[in-house]
Each structure stands twice: as C-alpha cells, then as structure tokens.
Design a protein around this ligand. Structure first.
Ligand SMILES: [Zn+2]
Length: 411
C-alpha cells in the first residue's frame, strides 16, 4: 500500500544558514499573520471570504511595496506554503476540528516548508533555496530506497534545535493478520485495554511539568522586574509598540522554558508511539470511543450565566487529558491501523460504556468519576471501571462491524 509519510532528522546549520533560516521563519510567520488578519477583517468588515489564491496573488505587490520589500529576500515558495498552512487551519476550523486560527508568535517553535521546486536533493545532500551549501544532516535512519521527497519542512524548536522533515511516498506491506481484538478506554493517567493491559502515562512527565511551571514562574518574575525597571507597575500591560528590553537573564529564562517544553513533548511522543505501535501489532480489531477532545478540555469554569460544576476536579482532568494527548493517540491508532491492514472502529461516546455491566448488560443509573471499582447489583460481578468500559467498547465495536447501528443513546 502506498502511503504518505514523513522522515525527520536533526541537522546543524552553519551560522549563515541559521541566519538565513531565521529570516525565512520570520517572513513566513509575518505572511501567515498578515493573511490571518486579511481573512478576519474581510469577513468582519464585508462578510466576504478570502481564499488562498486571493492572498497568494497579492504576494507580488507586497514584495514591491517599499515597507515590505524585505519579503523578497526569502524563497517565495516559503511564503506561499505559509499561506497554504493558513488555509489548512481555516479548513480545520470550518470542519469544527479546531479553534479559530491564531497569530503565530516569535517565541514557540518556528518552521517553514519548501516544495520540490525550492530545494535540490542528490546523494543525501539537501540544499534549500537561497542557500548555497547543503545542510549538515544526521541520518539517524535511511530514507526509503529511491524516495523522492515531495516537500521538506525545516523546524527550529523552542530549545534551539533544528530538524528537517522529508515528505515521501512509501510502499508499506501490511502486517500479518493478528488473532486478537481489543477495546480501549482512557482514564486520566493511563490507557486501559479490554485484555487487561495498561499503559500508564510516564511518571517523568509529571516531574517535567512541575519543572516547567517553576521555570515559567521565574521568567514571569523577570518580566515583572523588567517592567518595574522601565518605571511601570510590575503587572502593567504593555501598550502597542512598547518593547521590553530583552536582557540576557530573561533570554536565558525563556530558553530554559523552551528546553523543558521540548523534553515534555519528546517523552510524550515516545510514549504514544510505543503504545500505539504495540496495540496495532497485537490486535486485528481495535475499538475506541470517539472522544471529542476539544469538548472535554473546554473550560470547566463555564460562563457567567452557566457556571460549571466541580471546577477543581475537572480542571485537573482537563490538564491530564491534554498531557496525555488522547486525540493524538486516537490519530496514531487510526493511521497505523490503516497502514497495517487492521480494522479500527470508533464508538459514539454517548454509548454508556462505563455504566454497563459487561457480563449481564445491566446499566447503572449513575457512576461518579471517582468510583474506580463497582459491583454489579444484578449479577454480582465486580468490575474495574476502565477495564469494564474497555470490554463494552470492544463489544460495541464488534456489533458495529457486524452491521449494527442505532447504538447511539440519547441523554
Ligand atoms: Zn452484571
């Protein structure tokens, strides 16, 4: 089966390359933010929709205008791709898969994309447009034989590391058929399978999160001190056009936050990749709930006229959901299942998987989030909350695969 996939490698730019990339990141970011403002303004002022082609057609005029002439110092492909990314962000928003696009910030990781007409690639030598020497790439694993990258994306992380990601087409051979099937449930600290296997969120993640919070507090203190030094109140809002002097200490503090954020992302990614690979390898059928992560992570506080209940417990839950990245786990299971010839089925999340006894089918009226174990009042079976839910999810998944519908239970 031919699939689109990405191979990512670390590279070490020369100072000149790093400077040229910084310029490309900056211009790409500026164009993205410009496009976002154009689209938002056109909608609010005139109720008009602006599309990729409208914005791309104006790149020429921007490059000619004296105040934005610096845009022509970077590859025009980078600018076009930036507008493409914006387009994708809007498409996702209109499909209700994500929130309204936001402005890109100078902090945070930076990236830009080059299509095949903006780079050359021969014998492992990748040279980007507007650069004259190939990048010094560490080939941690080979690209698939004969792979022709359709695009490359260069990223500078918040910890100041550089990566290049090659988009290639690859022919994957499906895995041999597995004889097991599994239902998957998620709680705040682990992924629970119907066969009793559990994948706990790495403990290291919590330690790193705490460290990150400490570093963030330190950088906030330094920002406050800088404001006081400027003669402002420590919590004053900076007016438009005002810039805080970026002291070396503040820069160092920001870099510390960046580096720990990066470790957190790496630990989480590693955990997700390993668990999704092992689940897909072992099971032919995989059933999970179609969690609507965005709904689950919405503010527990609610709004002024609709205050939320149980705020503290829920904000803890929200944080854990975010930490574990369950949306990402579901996404990985989905594509890995497709690559490996597995069937993956998603169950409507309103199906009462937690409250139903997987032995006799009895449905509890109520089951609070804090109840981890319960006894079925009808058949007397004792249940681990999550394992029971995972078994129900598998049963529902098999029923759907067998052609059942109408599993939706209205609340
Ligand atoms: Zn029962």
């Amino acid at each position: 089966m031919i699939i689109q996939t990405a191979y990512r490698y670390r590279f070490y730019p020369t100072p000149a390359q790093a400077a040229q990339l910084a310029q490309s990141f900056g211009c790409g970011r500026w164009i993205y933010n410009w496009g976002l403002k154009e689209r938002t303004d056109a909608f609010y002022n005139e109720g008009r929709r602006v599309y990729y082609k409208d914005l791309a057609a104006r790149l020429k005029e921007l490059k000619k205008a004296p105040e934005t002439a610096w845009l022509s110092e970077v590859s025009s492909v980078v600018l076009q791709q930036s507008l493409r990314h914006l387009d994708t962000a809007f498409t996702k928003f209109f499909k209700k898969e994500s929130d309204y696009p936001t402005f890109k910030s100078k902090r945070g990781s930076q990236s830009c994309t080059y299509m095949a007409n903006a780079f050359t690639f021969h014998n492992e030598a990748l040279t980007l447009a507007k650069q004259d020497a190939p990048l010094d790439i560490r080939w941690s694993r080979p690209l698939p034989k004969g792979a022709v990258p359709s695009s490359v994306t260069v990223t500078r992380t918040t910890g100041d590391k550089f990566y290049v990601s090659f988009q290639v087409e690859e022919d994957r051979i499906p895995l041999p058929t597995a004889s097991w099937e599994v239902g998957i449930d998620l709680n705040v600290k682990e992924v629970v399978c119907s066969n009793g296997k559990r994948y706990a969120i790495p403990g290291k993640l919590k330690i790193l999160e705490q460290r990150k919070r400490r570093y963030q507090r330190a950088s906030r203190r330094k920002v406050a001190a800088a404001k006081v030094a400027m003669g402002l109140a420590s919590n004053a809002k900076l007016l438009k056009g005002m810039r805080l002097p970026l002291s070396n200490n503040l820069k160092k503090a920001y870099r510390k936050v960046g580096r720990v954020s990066e470790s957190i992302a790496n630990v989480r990614k590693d955990w997700q990749q390993k668990l999704t690979t092992s689940i897909v390898r072992e099971n032919q059928t995989i059933a999970l709930e179609s969690l609507y992560v965005r709904g689950m992570t919405a503010s527990a506080k609610g709004s002024a006229d609709k205050p939320g209940s149980n705020v503290k417990a829920k904000s803890g839950l929200n944080r854990s959901v975010l930490n574990a990245g369950f949306g990402e786990i579901a996404r990985q299971l989905e594509y890995k299942a497709a690559w490996s010839g597995r069937s993956l089925v998603k169950i409507d999340r309103w199906y009462p998987s937690s409250k139903r006894c997987s032995c006799c089918g009895y449905v509890l009226k109520k089951l609070s989030l804090s109840t981890r174990h319960w006894l079925c009042p009808d058949c007397g079976q004792s249940h681990d909350r999550d394992e029971n839910a995972a078994i129900n999810i598998l049963m529902a998944g098999k029923a759907i695969l067998a052609g059942a519908d109408g599993l939706r239970v209205h609340e």
